[in-house]
Design a protein around this ligand. Structure first.
Ligand code: ATP
Ligand code: MG
Length: 561
């Protein structure tokens, strides 16, 4: 984490105001937050917002932030997800120290507390079916009806609840409910369910339990057990807050404050775990870490840096009002970060062979290339130049339109860090396709301008053929073609972009990229920012395009101002 990020000049927001006021009034003595993902999928950029918020508050107020796996639902959770979540939070730059917790570790405590509520006459065992419970619940305009089992005696409830736990009743035949108010204007207070019978093997507790607590029953009590002061969640839990408070008051235990904020929504992106899981399960992407996925693992593989993601989270801010953030802002944050830090290299993605006819055969020159014009300390490197080169196919046109200033028959251009070259001939195959260019070079232009002052209108990147490293390069486009895939009526999958991945093989990289390690990031001059993929093998790089050089966000901003 940079010092600038640590300093408390980070933008303020309403949650910080609440925390500050709570501390000033002595409501809490310190700040303890938590990030509570359910281990039923990989973390995504929306979670990053919550992670930056929760860990950021702890840092700013000198408190701590817990990582809690909210694992009360045995059917969809797994250790793979627990591991991935830890890796991703750490990679983002946050540390929970020894405060790693699992809601499943609280199953005993939650059970005891449920017994306590029964003894206080505040919970009861209900035999109604799930459908009946729904029907009895009423609607926003109609009050609910009380279950015929609502007034069971404390003794009977204690006995039935214990037998539920022992496995005497079939799945779904009974539930434990809080006894609150079936006429409440808030549906969440109409005797919400606390426990269900479900015979499912939990990835941590195995078959020790056949009753599992609901989110509402588990979450606030977990917060209380850990001494959380500020329990921050997304807006859809606003209507649950009275219930959150009711449980804690009924138990008379440490009472955190729940605060809701607007979840991140991003254009051209889905962030629902259910939908992301579908994409993985149906093979629409290569996995959770597919570089097209908005997951932290996918963004990392794509070439995103933790710094860029944290910068993005800081810029979008924290508010109570929902809005859609332009995905171009996320891309902009990456570009800004990599522009500062990524070294430049030359790479030709769609090679066209060029022979410099007046360059001596067998001669090789080492030309000096700047590693990063934004960072003098990055120094320079040597790039080999020889008689046969590759340039980008797009950089030549046999019959160029007026605005095309790159190479064409008879025309002269600069090869970056090398010489002026002029195209003197075109070699074609039997079908008339251009397969090679013949050029001449001007030895007097080495590494700079022409002594006679003549100008060229384009500078091209190139790679020496004899020294080139063969590579695969994967170009990504947005995964969805619609700015709001969640809004598609029938199925968000209809908005999938069939051209979201283009794999180029036979790309030619400059010599210095022969031994890249997965994760290394570069700017390929004129092409964009690229990251070496984990599929890279020694001498066989595989690169992902993280982002192009064209900054649509900066353009939008310029137009707006
Ligand atoms: P989904 O609703 O897709 O199932 P979730 O919110 O239930 O996702 P959790 O694992 O419960 O996923 O989320 C962990 C934490 O991350 C929660 O505190 C939640 O509020 C927060 N979070 C999840 N999605 C977003 C988002 N898009 N923006 C901000 N915070 C989010
Ligand atoms: Mg959730």
């Amino acid at each position: 984490m940079s010092d600038a990020e640590r300093r408390d000049d980070a933008p303020s927001h309403f949650i910080k105001d609440i925390v500050r006021a709570d501390l000033a009034e002595g409501r809490y003595r310190g700040v303890v937050t938590r990030f509570p993902p359910e281990p039923n999928g990989y973390l995504h950029i929306g979670h990053a917002k919550s992670i930056c918020l929760n860990f950021g508050l702890a840092q700013e107020f000198g408190g701590r932030c817990h990582l809690r796996l909210d694992d009360t639902n045995p059917e969809t959770e797994s250790m793979e997800y627990v591991r991935a979540i830890q890796e991703d939070v750490r990679w983002l730059g946050f540390d929970w120290g020894e405060h790693l917790y699992f809601a499943s570790d609280y199953f005993d405590r939650l059970y005891e507390w449920a017994v306590e509520l029964i003894k206080k006459g505040k919970a009861y065992v209900d035999d109604l079916s799930a459908e009946e419970i729904r029907a009895y619940r009423g609607t926003l305009t109609e009050p609910g009806r009380e279950s015929p089992y609502r007034n069971r005696s404390v003794g009977e409830n204690l006995d039935l609840f214990e037998r539920m736990r022992r496995g005497e009743f079939p799945d779904g035949s009974k539930v434990l409910r809080a006894k609150i108010d079936m006429a409440s204007g808030n549906l969440n207070l109409r005797d919400p369910i606390m426990y269900r019978i479900k015979r499912a093997t939990h990835y941590r507790t195995g078959d020790a339990w056949c009753i599992y607590p609901t989110y509402d029953w588990a979450h606030g009590q977990s917060d209380s057990i850990e001494g959380i002061t500020h329990s921050i969640c997304t807006l859809e839990f606003e209507d649950h807050r009275p219930l959150y408070d009711w449980f804690l008051d009924a138990l008379g235990v440490h009472h955190p404050r729940q605060i809701e904020f607007a979840r991140l929504r991003l254009s051209y992106t889905v962030l629902s775990k259910r939908k992301l899981t579908l994409l993985v399960q149906e093979g629409r992407v290569a996995g959770w870490d597919d570089p097209r996925m908005p997951t932290i693992a996918g963004l990392r593989r794509r070439g995103y840096t933790p710094e860029a993601i944290r910068d993005f989270c800081s810029r979008i801010g924290v508010a109570k009002k929902e809005g859609v953030v332009d995905v171009a802002l996320l891309e902009h944050c990456l570009r800004e970060d990599l522009n500062r830090r990524a070294e430049r290299r030359m790479a030709v993605l769609r090679p066209l062979r060029v022979v410099i006819e007046n360059y001596p055969e067998g001669r090789v020159e080492e030309l000096e290339a700047v590693n990063n014009p934004e960072d003098a300390s990055a120094g320079t490197r040597k790039v080999p130049f020889s008689r046969v080169l590759y340039i980008e196919r797009d950089d030549f046109m046999e019959d160029p339109p007026r605005k095309f200033f790159r190479l064409a028959p008879g025309r002269e251009v600069r090869l970056r860090y090398a010489y002026f070259v002029r195209c003197t001939g075109v070699v074609k195959d039997a079908d008339g396709n251009v397969v090679e260019l013949r050029c001449t070079y001007d030895p007097a232009t080495r590494g700079g301008d022409a002594p006679d002052g003549r100008r060229v209108k384009a500078t091209l990147h190139w790679v020496s053929a004899a020294h080139a490293v063969d590579a695969e390069v994967r170009l990504y486009d947005r995964l969805f073609t619609d700015p709001n895939p969640d809004g598609i009526k029938d199925d968000f999958r209809e908005a999938l972009n069939p051209h979201s991945l283009e794999v180029l093989t036979g790309c030619k990289l400059e010599l210095s990229l022969g031994n890249v390690e997965p994760g290394e990031r570069y700017q390929f001059e004129r092409l964009g920012y690229f990251a070496a993929d984990p599929d890279t093998r020694p001498g066989r790089p595989v690169f992902n395009r993280a982002v192009t050089l064209r900054d649509t966000w900066a353009k939008v901003r310029a137009r707006g101002s």
